[in-house]
Design a protein around this ligand. Structure first.
Ligand SMILES: [Zn+2]
Length: 213
C-alpha cells in the first residue's frame, strides 16, 4: 500500500520536511500517509468481518459466504475490497456487510480522508484546504457536499443524537468533524483509530440509508 506521492514525507505537502509538529496541517498529512495506520485499519476491518462471519445471517442464522464488494477508494491506500457476506441458505441469501473503519457508506474516498479533509475546513486557512483537496483529487463540490453532510445529515442522524451526550463539555456541532477530531485527539494514531471505530456503526449499508444526501 503506497500513499500518493504528494503526501509522502518530503513531497510538496511536507513544508516541515516530514517532521511531526503539532500543527493541524502536519498531523493531517501524517495520518493520510501513515502506512502503519492503513494496515491497522485493514486489520480492524478484518476483525469486524470475522465477528460478523461467526454470528451468521441476521435473518435466519445460517452460515455466511464471503461476497466482498470491489472497492478502490480514491486518494488513499490501495484497498481493493470491502468485506461483505451473503447468506448461504437457499431462499434467504441476504447480504450482511459488517461495519468498517476504512469505508464510509458508498463514498468513493476512504473514510479517513472524508474525516480529515472535512475537519480541515475548520482547522486550516481556505488556501491550505484547497491545496490539500487538490493533492487528493477532491473537487470543490465534493468537499462542499461532505461539509453539508456533517453539519446537517450527521447532526440530525439517530446515531449522533444518541452519541453526542457522551461528550462533556458538548461538542461544537457547527465545526464537525473538526470538534470530534479535537475531542478524540486524533494527532495520535491510536486515538484516530478510536474515532474511526466510533463512527463505524454509520458505515453499514443499512445505517447509510438514513445518511445519504
Ligand atoms: Zn439467511
Amino acid at each position: 500500500m503506497k500513499p500518493p506521492q504528494s503526501l509522502l514525507c518530503g513531497g510538496h505537502f511536507s513544508p516541515n520536511g516530514g517532521v511531526l509538529t503539532t500543527s493541524s496541517e502536519s498531523w493531517c498529512q501524517n495520518q493520510l500517509a501513515d502506512q502503519q495506520l492503513h494496515q491497522l485499519l485493514e486489520k480492524v476491518d478484518w476483525d469486524l468481518a470475522e465477528q460478523a462471519h461467526q454470528q451468521g445471517c441476521l435473518f435466519c442464522g445460517c452460515k455466511l459466504h464471503r461476497a466482498d464488494y470491489d472497492r478502490k477508494p480514491r486518494g488513499g491506500p490501495e484497498w481493493d475490497y470491502r468485506y461483505s457476506f451473503c447468506c448461504a441458505q437457499e431462499g434467504c441469501r441476504r447480504r450482511r456487510t459488517p461495519e468498517s473503519v476504512r469505508f464510509m457508506g458508498r463514498r468513493v474516498y476512504a473514510g479517513l480522508i472524508v474525516v480529515l479533509v472535512s475537519a480541515m475546513v475548520h482547522g486550516l486557512k481556505p488556501e491550505r484546504v484547497a491545496r490539500l483537496r487538490q493533492a487528493l483529487g477532491i473537487d470543490r463540490r465534493t468537499l462542499e457536499r461532505w461539509h453539508q453532510w456533517w453539519l446537517v445529515t450527521f447532526v440530525e442522524s439517530s446515531f449522533w443524537r444518541a452519541a453526542r451526550a457522551r461528550f462533556m463539555p458538548p461538542l461544537c456541532q457547527r465545526t464537525l468533524p473538526w470538534s470530534l477530531c479535537l475531542s478524540f485527539q486524533v494527532e495520535r494514531r491510536d486515538r484516530f483509530l478510536e474515532l474511526l471505530k466510533f463512527l463505524a456503526p454509520l458505515t453499514t449499508p443499512l445505517a447509510w440509508q438514513e445518511l445519504v444526501m
